[in-house]
Design a protein around this ligand. Structure first.
Ligand SMILES: [Zn+2]
Length: 173
């Protein structure tokens, strides 16, 4: 009997030999007045993307995304998830990612993107924190819907807002 590959695998099966980098990304949500998500205008790609970057050798994804956000925006964030804490002296519970994505970057490589939900702990946005970015902006739900964004960014942002609201209801945001 013929087997069917899962959709994600079928889509990328011709690219299985590409190099893969682990990256970590944060959708930073503010639920204070109306829901908002922080995006950065990427100069080279000329589109709005969430902050994040490559995970360094020996670095935890949780630490990577906090470091990248600090470098790119000047903000200190905390990650949010409902991971059940099973830490003991040999095991540490890490944050459960919001989404995991495989992203085609160029003919040479792909990114395995570990995407987290986060909120701001402290700090002011530094518009000039990073030379790869042309701007930093909080997007409302209306702006996410109507803005000129990549579809996956729009969809991920709404997944992040939904999860933030769910966690808030449970006292976890
Ligand atoms: Zn890469």
């Amino acid at each position: 009997m013929e087997q069917t590959l899962a959709p994600a695998l079928r889509k990328t099966v011709s690219q299985l030999k590409k190099a893969k980098h682990f990256v970590a990304t944060a959708y930073i949500v503010d639920l204070q007045a109306e829901a908002k998500v922080l995006l950065l205008k990427h100069k080279k790609l000329n589109t709005w993307l969430p902050p994040g970057g490559h995970i360094d050798e020996g670095e935890l994804p949780d630490d990577c995304v906090i470091r990248e956000v600090q470098e790119e925006t000047g903000l200190k964030i905390k990650l949010l998830s409902d991971a059940f804490d099973v830490s003991d002296n040999q095991t540490e519970t890490l944050h459960t990612p919001l989404i995991m994505q495989l992203e085609d970057i160029d003919s040479e490589h792909q990114h395995i993107d570990i995407i987290y939900l986060a909120s701001v702990v402290e700090g002011e946005i530094n518009q000039n924190a990073h030379r790869e970015h042309a701007g930093i902006k909080w997007f409302s739900e209306l702006e996410l819907k109507q803005g000129d964004l990549w579809n996956n960014v729009r969809e991920d942002a709404f997944v992040a807002i939904d999860k933030a609201r769910e966690l808030k209801e449970r006292g976890l945001f």
